[in-house]
Design a protein around this ligand. Structure first.
Ligand code: PLP
Length: 424
């Protein structure tokens, strides 16, 4: 049982009331504006990227106005402070993910770079022709294409575990596909296109029982639930700061120290070396072995501020509130004539992905935008998933801790207008 989740309906209700959404919205300056000729902005595109609280914006401004300097190199005070801020941010990420040691946290540009790092630095030297990388039908392109590139480089084969029509991973099929040739299982903790939560702890146990390492794509999980990589037991875990109220251009890859120690760097340059001669170069220690060049220092500081912001509010109230809002949004959207909500019965977080009979999702997105409602329409970088579900695209509303019932109402009102425009 998740110790962070409320255990009774009454407790959930109490916790969701503990989240003061009005006060939280005050923390996000961008939400105060109107769009499209005076309509209050209803930002429901959080799975694409979240908005940033004042605490994050201020932390970045403070860094550039008071601390800016390069890290790990200078002997002067500013460099020392910048280094402390950057390494302090790493400690915050380590704590957030429940990792054992700071050296297991690598700063990367985001989930995409984290997956590519594992593909090139871990898999490429190890995977042999004919061996298999197992992914699932619900992956984001960033957990498909790096593996296709790797397969092209090594002669390995990409194998795909199926999902059900209801958008849930078929665990029996997955278990069957975890075979003697499988070198790595790579899958999403939470699907970006459907919001489906995968039972990752159980899946990792299944894979580890066959000695197969697991990489988790946590891009859509970290913003909505506490993550504990040691409890989950995974080998690698990647996420992006910008979806978790932090800045763009920064994210982290967790890797178990035993793997990272064995791996060679994937990029060369400053900071990742211990010594360099023209004859021979030796590598720096973890984690810096994997951080060639000047990192996104201000980004790391901003990311830590975002993680601190969420930790300060607490997962109990956030999860209870988001769960209540998602339930209400699902019922309200599904009640609009012609709407079909995908993966409706699946355990989900944040996302309502839907189609409307006879209407292209781009038209849905365009019409609700006239009401100030920002949603996503398209394939959500998950084209194989769209093919599997027999749709070209979906409309996707994705919620964050600052969204409100009024914003859901504005979305539903927009969907009714879609029906009017299309003569229903
Ligand atoms: C599940 C999932 N994985 C990976 C990514 C890629 O994240 P980024 O573009 O921040 O690297 C996304 C972004 O939409 C995502 O939702």
């Amino acid at each position: 049982m998740n110790p962070f989740l409320p255990t009774t309906v009454a407790e959930a209700e109490q916790q969701s009331q503990r989240l003061d959404v009005r006060a939280i919205r005050e923390d996000f300056p961008i939400l105060r504006q109107t769009v499209r000729g005076g309509k209050p902005l209803a930002y429901l595109d959080n799975a694409a990227t979240s908005q940033k609280p004042r605490a994050v914006i201020d932390a970045i401004t403070r860094f550039y106005t008071q601390t800016n300097s390069n890290v790990h190199r200078g002997l002067h005070e500013l460099s020392e402070r910048a280094t402390n801020a950057y390494e302090g941010a790493r400690a915050t990420v380590r704590q957030t993910l429940g990792a054992a040691e700071d050296r297991e946290i690598l700063f990367v540009r985001g989930t995409t770079e984290g997956v590519n790092l594992v593909a090139q630095a871990w898999a490429r030297p190890r995977v042999k022709p004919g061996e298999e990388i197992l992914v699932t039908e619900m992956e984001h392109h960033s957990d498909i294409v790096p593996w296709q590139i790797l397969c092209g480089q090594t002669g390995a084969k990409l194998v795909v575990a199926p999902i059900t029509d209801g958008g849930v991973l078929d665990l029996e099929a997955l278990d069957r596909l975890l075979g003697k040739k499988t070198r790595l299982l790579a899958l999403a903790h939470v699907s970006n296109a459907l919001g489906t939560i995968n039972p990752v702890q159980r899946i990792v146990e299944m894979a580890h029982a066959k000695k197969i390492p697991v990489l988790l794509d946590g891009a859509q999980a970290v913003p909505h639930m506490p993550v504990d990589v040691r409890a989950i037991g995974c080998d690698f875990y990647a996420f992006s700061g910008h979806k978790a109220y932090g800045p763009t251009g920064i994210g982290a890859l967790y890797g178990r120290a035993e793997h990272l120690e064995e791996m060679d760097p994937w990029q060369g340059g400053g900071d990742m070396i211990a010594s360099v001669t023209f004859e021979k170069t030796t590598w720096n220690k973890l984690p810096w072995k994997f951080e060639a060049g000047t990192p996104d220092i201000a980004g790391a500081v901003g990311l830590a501020a975002a993680l601190d912001y969420v930790a300060h509010i607490g997962w109990g109230p956030i999860q209870a509130y988001e769960e209540t809002l998602l339930g209400e949004a699902t019922v309200a959207v599904a009640a609009v004539p012609g709407v079909r909500v995908l993966a409706r019965e699946a355990p989900r977080v944040s996302v309502v992905s839907f189609t409307m009979e006879g209407v292209h999702p781009h038209d849905i997105g365009t019409i609700v935008d006239l009401n100030g409602v920002a949603i996503r329409a398209g394939h959500h970088c998950a084209q194989p998933l769209m093919d599997r579900l027999g749709v070209h695209a979906t409309a996707r509303a994705s919620l964050a801790l600052y969204n409100t019932r009024e914003e859901i109402k504005a979305l539903v009102e927009g969907l009714r207008q879609v029906n009017e425009v299309f003569g229903r």
